[in-house]
Design a protein. Structure first.
Length: 180
């Protein structure tokens, strides 16, 4: 019967797994954004495709329904910080995968300077050294909302909170262990 929390896959794998141009593009994003594997990239691409599908479906409705569906989609994407409040269907259809990957917690931690590299940012998140607001988030793929962006910081009980980036690099992010 399976786990009731996981009823379906949240991604689609490509039809041709060995297409050179697609593989190289995926590897570029995996390296740039520190993704764990291609499945993580496919999941974000699938999510972006869902936003586009909602926009295409809304375009085929009557004018009143179009406005309601566009406002709903616009509210969701504005809260995520992907689009502005004056976005139209063409803006949603023109979204790129980078815009979604830039909103990941892992990318935010790196860009805010809380970690020396994108991979160290992932490590800090998984080891529960990062909080968003008052919550500890241990998922690097968490999409940070626009209003949460300023509240990304070290956890108060984290041993690396008072360390500088040079100390973190020298200690290997082991929580302040000194070499003798």
């Amino acid at each position: 019967m399976g786990d009731p929390r996981r009823l379906k896959k949240r991604y689609h794998s490509p039809n041709n797994p060995y297409e050179r141009s697609r593989v190289l593009e995926e590897l570029k994003y995996i390296g740039k954004y520190g993704l764990r594997n291609k499945q993580e990239f496919w999941r974000h691409r699938y999510q972006l495709g869902g936003f586009r599908a909602r926009a295409r479906k809304a375009r085929s409705q009557t004018q009143e329904v179009q406005e309601i569906m566009l406002e709903d989609l616009r509210t969701k994407l504005t809260a995520l910080g992907i689009l502005g409040p004056e976005a139209h269907f063409d803006d949603v259809l023109g979204l790129e995968i980078e815009q979604l990957l830039d909103r990941r917690l892992q990318t935010m931690v790196f860009k805010k300077g809380l970690a020396k590299s994108i991979y160290q940012a992932r490590q800090f998140i998984v080891h529960r050294h990062i909080i968003v607001g008052e919550r500890v988030i241990s998922s690097p793929s968490y999409l940070v909302k626009k209003d949460e962006e300023a509240h990304v910081e070290y956890a108060p009980n984290s041993p690396i909170k008072n360390m500088t980036l040079e100390q973190i690099e020298g200690s290997g992010a082991e929580g302040g262990k000194e070499e003798a």
